[in-house]
Design a protein around this ligand. Structure first.
Ligand code: BTN
Length: 253
């Protein structure tokens, strides 16, 4: 299937204002796989860890996509990595330089957040999952509210280029179609390798990870086969991180 044919499988529904594209898609219980909701603004955009997502009109792409994978609960973490790869590749293709991925799926440029992914799922009879992949990318924001000003950036602020939202959306859906096909084929190694090649956090980065079980500080040593982040502490013990918040540890002088 060509990239263009792949993107044609998506049914894109466009809205001016919604509370959250994820919430709207979740409420569309009969929607078929590959339904896409895009909004120009969200009044209650949500991020991971119950955070809100800045979603002012004209500032970004706010998109949710429905996928219905079968019997794949165990590999959903790899799907989340594949979504991050898709966004990073779309940004590089513009081209905007310097895009990075912080595990598992934060999109950064120069250590500032430019995009994020919120994956929410439920299963139907234990067989087919309904997975909502919510993607927010700061495209043309020229400034951010005070509480985000130190940590967020946009493609416009990084490159000086105004980004065509529809073109970005279509290119992103092309990439997602490709990586979803790779994920469906079970080519986990391709996903791991692509993610590692796009992320400065993959290896040799000193990080702190906040997990439900406490804090782990150490050096990143790549991804395990299931997408877990391997962190080696100074004692040499390797931890497999399957959930947690990664932050960069700056070397003390
Ligand atoms: C994160 O915290 O990094 C994830 C942010 C995800 C934001 C997107 S915007 C489109 C979709 N709808 C939402 O309410 N959230 C996601």
């Amino acid at each position: 299937m060509s990239r263009r044919e792949a993107v044609m499988r998506f049914q894109v529904h466009h809205y001016e204002t919604v509370s959250s594209t994820n919430d709207l898609l979740k409420a569309m219980t009969g929607a078929p796989e590959f339904t896409v909701i895009v909004a120009e603004e969200q009044t209650a955009g949500r991020g991971r860890r119950s955070r809100s997502w800045h979603s002012s009109v004209g500032d970004g792409l706010y998109l949710s996509l429905l996928l219905c994978p079968r019997n794949e609960k165990a590999r959903l973490s790899l799907l989340s990595l594949a979504a991050a790869i898709s966004v990073a590749e779309t940004i590089r293709e513009i081209p905007v330089r310097g895009v990075d991925i912080k595990w598992p799926n934060d999109l950064l440029i120069h250590d500032h957040k430019v995009g994020g992914i919120l994956i929410e799922g439920s299963s139907i009879g234990g067989q087919v999952s309904r997975v909502i992949v919510g993607i927010g990318v700061n495209l043309n924001a020229k400034s951010f509210p005070a509480e985000l000003a130190e940590t967020a950036t946009s493609l416009f602020l990084e490159s000086g280029k105004l980004i065509d939202t529809v073109l970005f959306r279509d290119n992103l859906l092309d990439r997602i179609a490709e990586w979803y096909a790779i994920w469906n084929l079970g080519e986990n190694g391709s996903i791991i390798r692509a993610w590692e090649s796009l992320s400065s956090y993959a290896r040799g980065r000193m990080v702190n990870v906040t997990t439900d079980g406490g804090e782990i500080a150490g050096e990143t040593c790549g991804l395990a086969e299931d997408g877990a982040l391997i962190v080696r502490t100074p004692t040499g013990k390797e931890h497999r991180i399957i959930a947690g918040e990664v932050s960069r540890l700056r070397a003390s002088v």
